[in-house]
Ligand binder design. Sequence first.
Ligand code: PLP
Length: 295
Amino acid sequence: MSTPDRFVTVLDMSRGSGELRRVAPDAPILTAFDYAATRGDGAFEAMHIVNGIINKPERHLERLARSLGNLGIIGPTPAQWTGLITDLASQWPDDTEGVIKLVISRGQEGGSAGQPPTVYGTITPLDPELALQRRKGIDVISLTFGYPAAIREQSPWLLGGTKYLSYAVNMAAKRHAAAQNVQDVIFLSHEGEVLEGPNASVLWLTGDTLHTTPQETGILRGTTQEKIFDEAATAGLRAKVSPAALADLLESDGVWMSSSTRGVAAVRSIDGTPVSQSPERTSDLHRLSGLPVPK
Ligand code: PLP
């Protein structure tokens, strides 16, 4: 029998203490009425694992708690989440980069008030192409996100700062990029302010200052960006949150996109215009992200 390359564990919240149940990767675990399927109403997290080391799980659990607070969903306790993560990680072989995904929905559409949420986790191999992008860099396009930069902070129903399950728009933007033979997207606000990628934060350099975009725009706070910023001084970098237009990125000393699974990828061009490269700073950012760079 070949070794399975992905694993699924359900955290059954209908039992008081939350019971872990390993299931076959192709086993059905949602009903037809689950809010995850019918409304995309829930939250998720994706974190990196290699050689038994999970990258910054505490930051992911903090963000998940914020997402669930914004959605008004009462989720598992931190100890229950940690139990789920540990169960998945314990099945993963060393030397293989993997992605641990935590998924939670509001439960069953039409279910009773106070019903338990649906909760499960998966672990899968990282797409090797994403790991290679750490070394090769990426070309990106800018696309409008449509909203004014200030609107989401004033409008909690727009779920700014929430890693909700409904990522169809984010996936559509990625497909739009792929159709133009580029690897990623930088979303711009209605007025042209730089926001984030569909699943990555945007970083740029001026001199020895590393910048990222303000969370007040409703972007998702990136755990990788925050880890890099917290440790930036160890690489002799200052860290600053700055509103920016695309022109600021094009005039900067380097642009990167950061995320938990791909890690840090240097942006080679935006909308076909070359971007300054800083290989030394790219190495610094790889080190600060904690992810390996393939040979
Ligand atoms: N922005 C969005 C919309 C995302 O989906 C992600 C990915 O999770 C990020 C930014 C980067 O966050 P992280 O570094 O925590 O993966």
